[in-house]
Design a binder for this molecule. Structure first.
Ligand SMILES: [Fe+2]
Ligand SMILES: [Fe+2]
Length: 271
């Protein structure tokens, strides 16, 4: 039974700095890594972590180096796609030692977990906060989907296409996500779109495609549906998301948001 853990929006900043002068993103990621390492012995085997963008806040080599130092403690291999806060060339250079990192072009990959496949796509438009899939990315998606023969598929992008209701975030979502959804609607098997970017936990169903947005280990985006609201961060509890395959009673991929941190308990309910 295959599984992965989604970590998203780690927003690592240089040593000694806080993101937005408020959020200790490195401490949050350290805590997330510790939380994951602590829970792994109690889980069915987990294959890897997938980091769905905004790995750093400014995309500098020093930030990627700091991120890698923190991730070196994670007891899982990992793959990653970029978000709007990343810089493609710096990210490529930082992870040039990883087999999933393409030598050129969009940072995209396909990982076959056996029970399902994950296709990671690059939605970064450098200099902008919104996301777009490029022609090369859509062509890559088409090529991979053709080979999957109806195997359940998860497409991971930093930017979601589904609306969150937070107006400032939805204004900067995946602008051509309809092109992705059309392909998944036409695909001959179960399909999901998973993302980050919104720093909140959201789920919807668009046609036959389940769409989910995962929380960040660090700050959240303040929930407001008012267009006039100032887009703000809030220190709600952080999280990572376990995705694990269940074979019975009907096979399906289950998402499980795991809060980051240490908590009182556990205690047996009785005795
Ligand atoms: Fe983010
Ligand atoms: Fe983002």
């Amino acid at each position: 039974m295959a599984a992965f853990i989604q970590i998203t929006d780690t927003h690592i900043v240089p040593e000694g700095e806080l993101a937005y002068n408020r959020s200790d993103t490195a401490a949050a990621l350290n805590e997330a890594v510790a939380s994951i390492n602590a829970i792994l012995p109690r889980l069915d085997p987990v294959d890897c972590a997938i980091i769905t963008g905004d790995l750093t806040d400014y995309g500098t080599p020093a930030e990627y180096a700091r991120l890698k130092r923190i991730l070196a403690e994670l007891q899982l291999p990992y793959l990653a796609i970029p978000g709007n806060h990343d810089v493609r060339d710096a990210m490529r250079a930082a992870f040039a030692d990883q087999a999933w990192m393409p030598e050129a072009g969009p940072i995209q990959w396909h990982r076959d977990f056996g029970d399902f496949s994950v296709i990671g796509l690059d939605t970064l438009v450098e200099g902008s906060h919104h996301g777009m899939l490029c022609d090369e990315g859509l062509a890559f998606l088409d090529r991979v989907l053709e080979t999957l023969n109806g195997q359940p598929v998860v497409v991971a992008t930093h930017h979601p296409w589904m609306h969150s209701g937070v107006v400032a975030m939805d204004n900067n979502n995946l602008r051509n996500g309809g092109a992705l959804l059309d392909r998944l609607e036409a695909y001959g098997g179960p399909a999901r779109m998973i993302s980050g970017h919104v720093h909140r936990t959201l789920t919807t169903q668009i046609g036959k495609v389940t769409c989910q947005i995962a929380p960040a280990p660090c700050h959240a985006v303040h929930l407001s549906h008012q267009a006039a609201s100032i887009n703000s961060l809030i220190m709600e509890p952080g999280g990572v998301t376990l995705w694990n395959w269940h074979d019975a009673p009907r096979s399906c991929l289950v998402s499980n948001v795991i809060p980051v941190g240490t908590f009182k308990g556990p205690w047996p309910f009785y005795g």
